[in-house]
Design a protein around this ligand. Structure first.
Ligand SMILES: Cc1cc2nc3c(=O)[nH]c(=O)nc-3n(C[C@H](O)[C@H](O)[C@H](O)COP(=O)(O)OP(=O)(O)OC[C@H]3O[C@@H](n4cnc5c(N)ncnc54)[C@H](O)[C@@H]3O)c2cc1C
Ligand code: FES
Length: 281
C-alpha cells in the first residue's frame, strides 16, 4: 500500500499527489512512469513520474481527471492509500547535450515534460518550453517551468493567457527564427501529431512520448502496441518516447478510441454513485 502524503489542486481537474514509494523514487529517471491500481477491483493506469523527492522516498504524480479511474484517484485525500504503485517503468529519456532544445507540451503533458526539461537543462542544453492549453485555468506549473528552462512561451486557444493560438503557431515562429537541434513534444495525440507534421517539413529531429492504453506495463499484454517505422513496438517497454516522424499516428488514434463507449458508461456510473463499494471490494 502506498500512502498519499501531499495532495494539491493545480488547476481545473488537475491534481498532484506526492506518494510514499521509496524504491520508485530512488530509481526513477526523466521520462519514466508508474502503473497504479487504486484498489483490488480497480483498473491499472499509467501516470508519468512528474518528480521525486529521493531523500523522503516520494514520487510525484500529476493527473487530469478524464475518466472513471482518474476521478476516483482525484477523490482520494492525504493519508489515503493506493493499493499498487509499480515503477519506474519504460525507457528513460535519452539526455544529452544537444544544444538548442525546445520542449512542447499540451495540457497535462506539461507535468510530463517538466522532469525532462530539468534533466536537459542539467545536461547543459539551452531549453525553451512552449506550453499550451485550452484556457488560463488549465495552465499548470508555470513557476516550476520558469525556474527550469531558459525561456517559456504560453499559448491558450482562447487567448485568456499568453499568446492566442496553438503551440504549433509559437513553434513555427521560433523555428523560423532560430536553429533548433531537437524537439520534445508531450501532450494530447492531435497536438503531438501537429508538431510532428510541422517539424518533419523543417527536418528537425522530434521525440514524442506516446500514451496508448496500457495494462500490464511489462510488454506482455500487447495493449500498448504502436507502429513506429513500420515495426511493432510496445510503448511500455520500448518507449514511451519515439521518433515522431516514424509514428503511425492514424493507428494510435484509432486504438485509443477502442473502448470509448465503455469508458463513458463507466464514468457515468461512477459519477451517478461515487460512494458505491461494489467495484472496490
Ligand atoms: C506512459 C503514459 C503516461 C501517462 N502519464 C499521464 C500523466 O502523467 N498524467 C495524466 O493525466 N495522464 C497520463 N496518461 C494518461 C492516463 O493514463 C489516462 O488519462 C488514464 O488512464 C485515463 O483513465 P480513466 O479511467 O480516468 O479514463 P477513461 O475514461 O478510462 O479513459 C480516458 C482516455 O484515457 C486513455 N486511457 C484509458 N485507459 C488507459 C490506460 N489504461 N492506459 C493509458 N491510457 C488510457 C484513453 O485514451 C481514453 O480515451 C499517461 C498515459 C501513458 C500511456
Ligand atoms: S502495457 Fe501491456 S504490453 Fe505494454
Amino acid at each position: 500500500m502506498f500512502k498519499i502524503v501531499l495532495k494539491e489542486e493545480l488547476g481545473q481537474n488537475v491534481k498532484s499527489f506526492f506518494v510514499e514509494a521509496a524504491d520508485a523514487a530512488k530509481n526513477a529517471k526523466a521520462g519514466q512512469f508508474v502503473i497504479l491500481r487504486i484498489h483490488d477491483r480497480g483498473e491499472r493506469i499509467p501516470l508519468t513520474i512528474a518528480g521525486v523527492d529521493a531523500q523522503k522516498g516520494l514520487v510525484r504524480i500529476i493527473f487530469q481527471e478524464t475518466g472513471k479511474t482518474t476521478y476516483e484517484l482525484g477523490a482520494l485525500e492525504e493519508g489515503d492509500y493506493i493499493k499498487d504503485f509499480v515503477g519506474p517503468l519504460g525507457q528513460p529519456t535519452e539526455i544529452e547535450n544537444y544544444g538548442n532544445v525546445v520542449a512542447v507540451a499540451g495540457g497535462v503533458g506539461t507535468a510530463e515534460v517538466l522532469p525532462v526539461i530539468q534533466s536537459l537543462k542539467n545536461a547543459g542544453n539551452k531549453v525553451t518550453a512552449i506550453v499550451g492549453a485550452r484556457n488560463k485555468d488549465l495552465i499548470i506549473l508555470e513557476k516550476e517551468l520558469k525556474q527550469a528552462c531558459d525561456e517559456l512561451f504560453i499559448a491558450t486557444d482562447d487567448g485568456s493567457y499568453g499568446a492566442k493560438g496553438l503551440v504549433t503557431d509559437v513553434l513555427k515562429n521560433l523555428a523560423n527564427k532560430e536553429n533548433i537541434d531537437i524537439i520534445y513534444a508531450i501532450g494530447p495525440v492531435p497536438m503531438m501529431r501537429a508538431v510532428s507534421n510541422l517539424t518533419k517539413e523543417k527536418n528537425i529531429k522530434t521525440l514524442v512520448s506516446l500514451n496508448p492504453i496500457m495494462v500490464d506495463g511489462t510488454g506482455m499484454c500487447g495493449a500498448c502496441r504502436v507502429t513506429v517505422d513500420g515495426k511493432t513496438k510496445f510503448a511500455c517497454v520500448d518507449g514511451p518516447e519515439f521518433d515522431a516522424h516514424q509514428v503511425n499516428w492514424a493507428e494510435l488514434i484509432s486504438r485509443l478510441a477502442l473502448f470509448r463507449d465503455l469508458e463513458k458508461v463507466s464514468l457515468d456510473n461512477f459519477k451517478r454513485n461515487p460512494e458505491c463499494k461494489c467495484h472496490k471490494e
